[in-house]
Structure formats: structure tokens, C-alpha cells
Design a binder for this molecule. Structure first.
Ligand SMILES: Cc1ncc(COP(=O)(O)O)c(C=O)c1O
Length: 343
């Protein structure tokens, strides 16, 4: 079987594995205070053009979202998200379990807009019962979104400005950031992202690391005592060096950006193969996740050799997800394209 089910089916990029082996017997400080974690942070700060950024390495996306959001909000505040946002639907209420409601807005192609956010916040403050309801304190977006779509630079600028206008924070979930930045449809750089939000994370788990996410805190108000928050939430790893080493390898010679670019390239070839076959795609993803609409018969044929995820229903067809990753081989892509051609 060939897996196109997700972007975490394989282990880790070889640059990481060799670095872990090379440094295995080194002795170092615990809890991420080692020289590799420091160097990784320096490499990231340089790459994003923000020497003033605080960076913390965490082990997974849900954990990062939960701690980042919990740290930023006052007890009575909630976080605005698309109704399809990962924190709203796929994190077992991890944010809500901290006492902060996820305030959902209807998505369009996986996204929310600045005008929609402004309208929601205005309605909140104009309500005579505002104080009896959850106050919006942050906007959460994922980039790319859960359905592989991208916010334009203009859309992110507008969202950032509306958060400033309304006294809120903008937080960007970059679980698949590398795959967004590598897309030919992406018009924003990582340096620009680092100027247009209060906090974002650079996803490692889905982009070549064994595990790990790099949370980048840009707003000074959010920096204080962050390590206390990490520790209290059980996320300060004693062998934190393992995270530092991975991001050190990923941010040397732009490795992170090279391996994710190859995945997007392959996903777009798969997208073209579906389109050439006359098969419609759900949404407008230009990143590593593609969502063809298949009949039961097409699903049965492809399922003989390939593993992919069922995403939802659209009239008489099923939306399925094919993912490429940093590890997807040309050979597997060719095999899939040949099977699509035979459908
Ligand atoms: C956008 C987004 N954020 C966060 C996560 C959560 O990551 P994890 O499964 O590592 O908790 C995912 C996982 O699929 C995701 O797609």
C-alpha cells in the first residue's frame, strides 16, 4: 500500500536523523537550555528577520495552540476561529478545557475575513449584555488552512489591523507553514508573517521533524513567564535538546523550505492528474493537501493500492484527502498518477 493519507506517515528528514546520531553522546543542560536549542532559535530569528522574537520549542500542534492561547487571554476572553479551524473541531476541546471559549465564524474556503471579525466584535461591544458573554480577545487562523487554502498577504494585513483596532491578538497556526510558503499561490514571506501577527508557530511535525513545533512570540506583552506556562502545562521537555537539534537541522541552509517545496510540487502534479481526468476538486488548495470528489467506484479502485482519508460528503460524491509530504517519493506520485489516469 502507498500512503497519501497524511503528512506525518514517515519518520524524519535524514538531516535530522544524522544530527541526532552525531550529537547522541553529548552532555548538555536539560529543558531546552542547551547550545543546540539556542542556535536553532538564532537561526530562526535570523531567517524571519526578527532578532527580538522569543522562540519556544514544543512537541505538538494541539499542545502549542492550547498553551499559546491560554497564555494570551484573560480568564473571561475567548478566541475567534473559523468553524473549520483546528482548535474548533479537532483538538478535543483542548483550548476550551482551559476555560476559553472558541468563538466560531462561518468559513469561506476554510478562511475568515477581517470584515467578518470586525462585525462580530462590534456586535459584541454594542450588545447591552456584552459583559454577560465571552469577550473576543484573539483571532486564530491557520496558514495554510485545514483545507489547504491560503490567506493572501492583504487578507493577513487586514486581519492584523482589525485585531489592533479592537485590542485583540492575532495568532497564526503554522502546523503546515512550510507547505503554505512553498506554494506558487502564496504571496507572503515568512519575514512578512513575522511582522503581521503577535504570535505564530512554525510546524515541524508535518514538515520533516520527528516531532516538534517552534512557537514564535513577537508581541512583548506575550513574552513574560512563558516558560512557566509551558512547565505548568507539562510541556517543558527534560530532553528539550531533541527539539532544538531538529530545528537546527531544519533551519540550516533553508532545509525546511526545500523539503516542503518538493511536497507542494508533487501535490500539484496529483491535482493536475485529477483535473485532467475531469475529476472536480473541493476547495481551492494550492498546497500539499488535495481534495478530489470521487464516486464510490473510483474510491474502491484507488483503495486497492493507496491509502487516503475520507473527508466528507458532497451530494452523490465523497470528498477525500490526498496529502504529500517532505518524504513523498517521485515513484509513489507516478504510481498514483497512473492509477488516476486509469479511473
Ligand atoms: C492546522 C493544524 N493545527 C494543529 C494541528 C494539531 O497537531 P497535533 O496533532 O500535533 O496536535 C493539526 C493537525 O492535523 C493541524 O492540521
Amino acid at each position: 500500500m502507498i500512503y497519501f493519507q497524511c503528512d506525518y506517515a514517515e519518520g524524519a528528514d535524514s538531516s535530522i536523523l544524522s544530527r541526532l546520531v552525531e550529537t547522541n553522546m553529548e552532555q548538555s543542560e536539560g529543558y531546552g537550555l542547551d547550545k543546540h536549542s539556542e542556535r536553532a532559535k538564532e537561526l530562526i530569528r535570523k531567517r524571519i528577520g526578527r532578532e527580538d522574537a522569543d522562540i519556544h520549542f514544543l512537541s505538538g500542534g494541539t499542545e502549542t495552540n492550547r498553551i499559546a492561547i491560554l497564555s494570551a487571554l484573560r480568564p473571561y476572553q475567548g478566541v475567534i476561529s473559523a468553524d473549520t479551524g483546528h482548535i474548533a473541531v479537532h483538538e478535543t476541546g483542548a483550548v476550551e478545557a482551559t476555560g476559553h471559549k472558541v468563538l466560531t465564524l462561518l468559513n469561506t474556503d476554510g478562511k475568515i475575513s477581517a470584515s467578518h471579525v470586525r462585525e462580530y466584535v462590534k456586535e459584541h461591544y454594542e450588545s447591552p449584555t456584552a459583559e454577560h458573554t465571552v469577550q473576543p480577545g484573539m483571532v486564530y487562523i491557520s496558514f495554510p488552512t485545514e483545507s489547504g487554502t491560503l490567506y493572501s498577504k492583504r487578507e493577513i494585513e487586514s486581519l492584523y489591523s482589525v485585531t489592533k483596532e479592537c485590542g485583540m491578538y492575532l495568532y497564526i497556526d503554522g502546523a503546515r507553514l512550510g507547505y503554505a510558503l512553498a506554494s506558487p499561490a502564496c504571496d507572503i514571506t515568512i519575514e512578512e508573517i513575522a511582522k503581521l501577527c503577535d504570535m505564530f508557530y512554525i510546524g515541524g511535525t508535518k514538515c520533516g521533524a520527528l516531532f516538534g513545533e517552534a512557537l514564535v512570540i513577537l508581541n512583548d506583552n506575550l513574552k513574560k513567564d512563558f516558560r512557566y506556562m509551558i512547565k505548568q502545562n507539562g510541556a517543558l521537555m527534560a530532553k528539550g535538546r531533541m527539539l532544538g537539534i531538529q530545528f537546527e537541522a531544519l533551519f540550516e541552509d533553508d532545509r525546511y523550505f526545500k523539503i516542503t517545496a518538493s511536497a507542494v510540487d508533487k501535490a500539484l502534479k496529483i491535482k493536475k492528474a485529477f483535473k485532467d481526468k475531469g475529476i472536480e476538486l473541493y476547495g481551492s488548495s494550492e498546497t500539499n493537501q488535495q481534495f478530489p470528489l470521487l464516486t464510490d467506484e473510483q474510491i474502491a479502485k484507488l483503495s486497492k493500492d493507496f491509502v487516503f482519508e475520507v473527508w466528507g460528503k458532497e451530494k452523490d460524491r465523497t470528498i477525500v484527502r490526498f496529502c504529500t509530504s517532505w518524504a513523498t517519493s517521485d515513484e509513489n506520485v507516478e504510481a498514483l498518477i497512473a492509477a488516476i489516469e486509469k479511473l
